[in-house]
Write a protein that binds this ligand. Structure first.
Ligand code: ADP
Ligand code: MG
Length: 329
């Protein structure tokens, strides 16, 4: 049975290239690039809650890193270094091999380096990753920068990951072809790092979609002290979600489903040509879905209506956790 240090050496210790000192000492040492601020984020994944212990180990490794890179992307930060704390039920080398395979493949793609962490025994498989990125001073894409008159944009498509989960749980019935299209969105999400970097000089506010479109856009609105008007018809949907759009379960995935890891951002209307060119360059749909409106002078009781989503001209009702009811055309 390998011990803690054997496991660390075999699976987590990779030579540092961009860090001054990586795995193996009491602390890692890094030197931020001149003129850059550090963007630091952490996300914890628990077996049974954020993934199923029966998921492929490689997909768990990928997703644990991807959700953190998505937070860096949403700030416009270049990913640089990560730390990983992992609680393992046992020294399962088959799991560790697959897990680190998925983790390091994604880390390599974005040039991030694992520089330290902690490895302990735990009844529940638990993974906590801290990611550190760099962004030029003053250029970070915060949630509080949306301005009245801004366009609201969304990358990729909405609801696919939640649809895969709903299909798995029996709440939504996808065809085999649709399920095959949706499942990778749940298991191997793509952090929109290149988009986040390109938005540094374009967007006023940005967030990644981890809790669902309405909730995450809601965070921008609250932080920015604004409201928003969105047309349901303009939301970007994959063919699978388009096919089920009439069903409440699918609309719930689109508006309130988590795990998309797309970016929602706001930008001045004069940036439209630049954003459309960026979409072509990145080969990633970037869709204008609404605009920011003023919210000054409104009372706190109006808070729930900051975000207005209309479908065929009719207002969709929403509550904090999702949608109570969907108006029918
Ligand atoms: P300490 O006792 O100082 O906390 P540890 O014995 O826990 O150190 O870890 C030894 C070294 O291995 C440290 O540099 C630590 O950052 C690194 N490390 C431990 N677990 C991991 C992991 N899961 N991923 C990356 N590095 C790790
Ligand atoms: Mg330790």
């Amino acid at each position: 049975m390998p011990g803690e240090f054997d496991l660390i050496d075999k699976y987590f210790n990779r030579p540092a290239t961009s860090a001054i000192l990586g795995v193996g000492d009491d602390c890692a040492l890094v030197m931020p690039s001149p003129g850059m601020e550090l963007a630091i984020t952490t996300d914890m994944l628990l077996a049974g809650r954020h993934f199923s212990p029966t998921d492929g180990p490689g997909t768990i490794g990928h997703k644990a890193l991807a959700v953190n890179l998505s937070d860096l992307a949403a700030m416009g930060a270049t990913p640089r270094w990560v730390l990983m704390s992992i609680g393992l039920p046992d020294a399962n080398e088959k799991f560790l091999k697959g897990f680190t395979g998925g983790f390091f493949a994604l880390a390599k793609k974005f040039g991030v380096e694992l520089i330290g962490g902690d490895t302990t025994r735990s009844g529940l498989l638990t993974i906590s990753i801290t990611a550190i990125g760099e962004v030029p001073a003053g250029k970070a894409l915060r949630r509080d920068g949306a301005k009245e008159g801004d366009d609201i944009w969304v990358s990729g498509t909405l609801g696919d990951a939640a649809a895969a989960l709903a299909h798995h749980q029996g709440a939504l019935r996808l065809t085999t072809e649709e399920a095959i299209a949706c499942f990778p969105r749940l298991f191997v999400p793509t952090p929109r790092v290149e988009l986040g970097l390109a938005l540094r000089d374009i967007a006023h506010a940005c967030i990644d979609v981890s809790d669902g479109f309405a909730a995450d856009l809601g965070h921008i609105l609250e932080r920015s002290g604004t409201g928003a008007e969105v047309e349901f018809e303009s939301l970007p949907l994959s063919p699978a979600l388009k096919a089920h759009e009439q069903e409440d379960a699918a609309r719930n995935c689109i508006l309130a489903g988590g795990d998309d890891y797309e970016l929602i951002f706001t930008a001045s209307p004069d940036k439209r040509p630049e954003i459309n060119a960026l979409s072509t360059k990145l080969q990633l749909p970037i869709t204008r879905v609404g605009h920011i409106i003023s919210w000054s002078g409104r009372s706190a009781t109006d808070d729930a209506t900051r975000l207005s989503i209309r479908r065929h001209g009719e207002q969709l009702k929403l509550n904090r956790t999702g949608f109570d009811h969907f108006g029918t055309p």
